[in-house]
Design a protein. Structure first.
Length: 182
């Protein structure tokens, strides 16, 4: 089942009349007129809702003499909501792209010709800026405080504040005045 099919299934189940039809079909297979009588709805309304149920695979039909008999598709109802929600979608790629666009927008608005204009106040934006600056450092390499300061000063004059933020954000680890990029 695809994500779009799961959405259609949820939409179909969101109607009270369709749920009542399903409850009756669970008890036994029925034809339109009998369902209409039991639910006090018109046969055309029942037929409309049965078409929706068949379209999403919740009901099936077969011909028996002069009547079309409808029954429930039990296999379709064996899916749990968790299974339906876990269905893979291409939304993940779109979300990743939106996050990347947001990141680039933040970098573009806070950096001018490679220099940081100011430190963002919002934590999320500040972390994006810090991670951008951290790209200049090698992961796992040990740096003295002086080396860190010189490299950060290339981006912003208040290197002490940026260094402190990088440690508090877990980008760098500090031990005995030696910094390691995590």
């Amino acid at each position: 089942m695809t994500e779009d099919q799961a959405i259609q299934l949820f939409k179909c189940l969101s109607d009270k009349s369709r749920l009542q039809i399903l409850k009756n079909l669970i008890k036994e297979p029925m034809y339109v007129e009998l369902l209409a009588e039991r639910l006090e709805l018109t046969p055309s309304t029942i037929s409309f809702h049965l078409k929706k149920l068949i379209d999403v695979g919740l009901a099936t039909s077969y011909k028996e003499q002069y009547y079309v008999v409808y029954s429930i598709n039990e296999k379709m109802l064996e899916n749990t909501i968790l299974e339906l929600v876990k269905i893979d979608s291409n939304e993940h790629e779109a979300q990743t792209e939106r996050e990347e666009n947001y990141r680039n927008k933040i970098i573009k608005s806070f950096f001018v010709m490679g220099k940081l204009k100011n430190i963002p106040v919002q934590n999320e934006k500040r972390k994006i800026v810090l991670l951008e600056i951290a790209k200049a450092f090698e992961q796992g390499k040990k740096y003295t405080e002086r080396e860190i300061n010189i490299m950060i000063a290339d981006y912003y004059d208040d290197f002490c504040t940026l260094r402190k933020y990088m440690v508090s954000e877990g980008i760098f680890e500090r031990e005995n005045g030696i910094y390691t990029k995590l």
